[in-house]
Design a protein around this ligand. Structure first.
Ligand SMILES: Nc1ncnc2c1ncn2[C@@H]1O[C@H](COP(=O)(O)OP(=O)(O)OP(=O)(O)O)[C@@H](O)[C@H]1O
Ligand SMILES: [Mg+2]
Length: 452
């Protein structure tokens, strides 16, 4: 974050001068003031990314200044500088929201490193917040991320389906594409959100027990039925039931499910009377259900009933621009979980991630990033932190390479512009020259691609 703006609040003029010079040489914009009031005054008027704050200041002390800063801007990074060997004030500062602290006297290299880390972390956080905000605007109830046109469509569809809370839904998509997440989003975006959301994986229950799991049983209905039991349909009353891996449901049980959907009534196993419910059924599968119907492995009447509303989830490799976005979101999540500070993907890592076909889709990407964060000891995720299958782009099958077919021309243009800008340290005149376009054309492109 080379253009970052830093505010130094330090009453020791010599130290302030040295810090300011070193940081300016690193390419940052630096402002230095000698006390808390002046610091707060500047913060009110200008936007800073980072504050280096002395703990012992004339008049208002550092901790008090810290509280005031956080009141002004909760997200701003504050690194405390303390001469005391007593750790208490430093801990107090962290509790009040400081990002880190440095014990005086500190090495200038150490200071540079902490500053750099803090700013990188901040940048990642801001980027992720931007994604989340955009996503929230579109769909408050889901954490289904993605900015690709395909994901936009899925989100729109979810919104529409959520508003028709009686219709059943079929979610199709390869393993790890987010079917369960969609089912969640559908429930929580619908009017049923305050009623139960019940999930069952049809392939995880022995075939002969699935019926009593779904519909319950009366006492004595079969040998093990020692008492009456409510099924999941009863428990989900008013809400949603999510039947994952629906093709595992055997053919003889399928008409009972169809009846429950159509009449909103069912009978417990061994029961004689109908029980009324009000439940929306969402089913999911990663096989082609239409194909199973053709082969008579799934009933067509149930198939057509389920697919009144259908959500098809695209494989991750068809969602080019989502890959890096998701990688960055997961990076941040795992940093938090493992208390790490891996803030960047190296250029090469990005290329490898974009080139891979991701047969396990989003789940696989998430696992790869988790593993990477655990292995990575620095702030940058390198190819050596990736599993070997990402490193072997199959030369014999060049069609498996992303750049031959998956990345759209627009994405390529966007990436190229970003890369040139990065190389030119953000200098737009020079970037325009290299790209051989006018500054105004560049400005338009930056605007349309939302590059800042
Ligand atoms: N669009 C997305 N945004 C954020 N996270 C996602 C997205 N899609 C999937 N994930 C994450 O990927 C993982 C797999 O998602 P999910 O369990 O919904 O997939 P699935 O399609 O049900 O897979 P399977 O068929 O193997 O059951 C989860 O950790 C989920 O949170
Ligand atoms: Mg699933």
């Amino acid at each position: 974050m080379i253009h970052a703006k830093i505010l130094i609040i330090e009453d020791n003029e010599d130290l302030a001068f040295t810090l300011s010079n070193v940081l300016k040489k690193e390419g940052y914009q630096v402002v230095s003031v000698g006390d808390g009031e002046s610091g707060l005054d500047r913060l009110q008027k200008e936007l800073f990314d980072l504050v280096l704050l002395d703990l012992k200041l004339p008049k208002m002390n550092g901790l008090e200044v810290l509280s005031q800063i956080k009141k002004l801007d909760e997200d701003i990074l504050v690194v405390m500088m303390t001469a005391s060997t007593d750790a208490k004030p430093a801990i107090e500062a962290l509790k009040k929201g400081a990002y880190d602290y440095m014990m005086k006297p500190f090495e200038l290299d150490e200071m540079k490193k902490i500053t750099r880390n803090a700013l990188e972390n901040y940048e990642l956080k801001r980027e992720v917040m931007r994604f989340r905000r955009q996503n929230q605007r579109i769909h408050p109830a889901s954490n289904l991320l993605g900015e690709s046109p395909l994901m936009e469509k899925v989100r729109e569809l979810i919104q529409i389906i959520a508003e028709t809370p009686r219709t059943s839904v079929l979610i199709q998509g390869d393993s790890g594409t987010g079917k369960e997440l969609v089912a969640n989003a559908l429930h929580y975006a619908s009017a049923r959100k305050d009623s139960p959301f019940v999930k069952i994986n049809c392939s995880a229950i022995p075939e002969n027990l699935l019926e009593s799991e779904l519909f319950g049983h009366e006492k004595g209905a079969f040998t093990d039925a020692r008492s009456q039991k409510k099924g999941l349909f009863e428990l989900a009353d008013g809400g949603t039931i999510f039947l994952d891996e629906i093709p595992s449901m055997k053919l003889t049980l399928q008409p009972k499910l169809l009846r429950a959907i159509e009449t909103q009534t069912f009978r417990r196993v061994g029961g004689l009377s109908d029980i009324e419910i009000n439940v929306r059924v969402i089913a999911a599968t990663n096989s082609d259900l239409g194909e199973l119907v053709k082969n008579k492995e799934f009933r067509n009447d149930l198939y057509y009933r389920l697919k009144v509303m259908e959500v098809s989830l695209p494989p991750l490799c068809h969602r080019g621009e989502d890959i890096l976005l998701l990688a960055k979101v997961f990076l941040q999540e795992f940093n938090k979980e493992f208390n790490r500070n891996v803030t960047k993907l190296s250029q090469e890592t990005e290329t490898l991630i974009l080139s891979y076909l991701w047969p396990g889709n989003v789940r696989e990407l998430k696992n790869v990033i988790e593993r990477g964060v655990i292995l990575c000891k620095s702030d940058t995720l390198l190819p050596e932190h990736l599993p070997h299958e990402l490193l072997n782009v199959d030369e014999a099958h060049p069609e498996k390479h992303a750049f031959l077919g998956r990345v759209t021309l627009q994405e390529m243009e966007k990436n190229h512009i970003q890369e040139v800008l990065r190389t030119m340290n953000g200098n737009k005149s020079q970037a325009a020259k290299i790209l051989n376009i006018s500054r105004s054309t560049l400005r338009e492109k930056l605007k349309s691609y939302e590059i800042v």
